[in-house]
Design a binder for this molecule. Sequence first.
Ligand SMILES: *[C@@H]1O[C@H](CO)[C@@H](O)[C@H](O)[C@H]1NC(C)=O
Ligand SMILES: *[C@@H]1O[C@H](CO)[C@@H](O)[C@H](O)[C@H]1NC(C)=O
Ligand SMILES: *[C@@H]1O[C@H](CO)[C@@H](O)[C@H](O)[C@H]1NC(C)=O
Length: 212
Amino acid sequence: MYRPFFSLIVAICLCTRRTVAALMSGEIANSLNELAQQGFAVKDLVLEINSTFDGGPIPDIYTEMDTIVTVALTNVKFMTNTPIITNQAEEQIVYEGYSNFVQSLLELMDALSSSAAQLKSLNQTTINKIPSEVRILQTAVDAYFYNIIGLFPAISSYNTQANSQKAQVDTHCFRAIWAFDLDHSNGNKATHKPRSNKSLHSRWMKRGSLSF
Ligand SMILES: *[C@@H]1O[C@H](CO)[C@@H](O)[C@H](O)[C@H]1NC(C)=O
Ligand SMILES: *[C@@H]1O[C@H](CO)[C@@H](O)[C@H](O)[C@H]1NC(C)=O
Ligand SMILES: *[C@@H]1O[C@H](CO)[C@@H](O)[C@H](O)[C@H]1NC(C)=O
């Protein structure tokens, strides 16, 4: 797994080369596409664990998700001085990279959701660790997406679509968290205590019930 470190080093080099950090559209798109590959790779790993019943590589899921977080947050730092993109071709390549990364995250979250029961039975620590990793990833990605969306002119359709995709990522992240939050997977594990009202799930349910 040298790729993540490579991305990071590239990012650091870019920063030192430009003392005032401002990334070019092509660089932003490349980074988004690399993150997408990373996202798809974690998804494949989750599916592999789910189908092989081998929990050994579970820690690799965390490592790979942590790498995505690091790269996303590093990119956020470099984007501070990046101006709004006004060239349509450049908007398009950034948007494509963005959509690609979004797609990988949606698929990763869906893979986690539908593998939750299996992962929980393979290793009990996933019950807390996966939701915690997903929350960290979601926070980092939110910050990154916020910055990317800010590159699109406010009235552009890129801006609107990117915002709606960001909301989809949030929804899928919550679903993945809930899948691990459920107490009754496979009917096993009496050791897992019921969640208090502070759990994300019950807070959400409360919020939901208020609006009905
Ligand atoms: C479960 O995962 C944790 C952390 O990833 C690891 O330390 C532990 O050895 C694993 N347990 C089993 C039974 O594989
Ligand atoms: C994970 O494995 C379970 C049980 O074998 C299966 O029902 C589920 O669909 C699998 N999930 C994915 C994403 O393949
Ligand atoms: C959750 O909140 C309800 C009231 O909102 C309360 O009756 C119940 O005891 C609480 N459950 C726990 C586990 O704290």
